[in-house]
Design a binder for this molecule. Structure first.
Ligand SMILES: [Zn+2]
Length: 225
């Protein structure tokens, strides 16, 4: 009888113990599952963050590349511009409408077809006239037909002529820079109105200044892009 009791108690204790251990294990498993779930969620979140980070890094890199490209292009254009503006005449000596082109045309006074060795640019009286390249003043004075004229000697056999000026601002042998004001527009010499007669000569021969204006227009367009 006593032995039975002891056996019964022992069985009960064992049963309770094994049940509780089973419950404990179940609980642990549930906890572990929860932890796994949590970690998986975290991983997913991190993955999302990673892809968004990669995207922003790519975006930034692209921005850097495009701005570097732009900088390079700007540098390149300004290099060309500087090179051309400094050494070779380019652009217009003043802002204005071109009223007469280079080449054969009827003389404005006689109507006889004559060679026009430059271009005429409509100007307002005393409008500043600027050198179109670096150089040295070869002549500053009066020439028949041209009136008050400034002639600048440049590198590579180039010369630029600025005629019908009202005032000259530079003297012979004076070095000038591209863009520097060398005189003011007027109507001295043989002219029908206030305008600038602009000439480019290469090795003593007049060339079409419009060709040198086109260079400027081309580079200005490239800059705008
Ligand atoms: Zn002219």
């Amino acid at each position: 009888m006593k032995l039975y009791k002891i056996y019964g108690v022992a069985l009960t204790v064992f049963a309770v113990f094994s049940l509780s251990s089973h419950v404990y294990h179940l609980k642990k498993e549930k906890e572990l599952n929860q932890i796994i779930e949590k970690q998986q969620k975290k991983i997913a979140q991190l993955e999302e963050e990673k892809s968004s980070l990669i995207a922003s890094i790519e975006k930034l890199a692209n921005q850097k590349i495009s701005s570097a490209k732009k900088r390079y292009q700007r540098k390149n254009v300004s290099y060309h511009k500087r090179y051309i503006s400094r050494k070779i005449p380019y652009g217009l000596p003043l802002k204005g409408v071109i009223t007469s082109k280079f080449g054969y045309r009827p003389d404005p006074f006689t109507g006889v077809i004559k060679f026009h060795s430059g271009i005429d640019i409509k100007a307002t009286y005393k409008q500043p006239v600027r050198a179109t390249a670096d150089g040295i003043v070869k002549f500053s004075g009066w020439k028949r037909g041209y009136g008050k004229v400034v002639i600048i000697k440049h590198k590579n056999g180039y010369e630029t002529w600025y005629a019908h000026l009202s005032y000259k601002r530079v003297g012979k042998n004076q070095p000038v820079r591209a863009g520097q004001i060398i005189g003011y527009a007027g109507r001295t010499g043989r002219t029908t109105g206030v305008h600038l007669h602009y000439e480019i000569r290469k090795n003593g021969k007049p060339v079409n200044p419009l060709r040198y204006i086109y260079v400027k227009a081309k580079y200005t367009q490239e800059k705008k892009k």
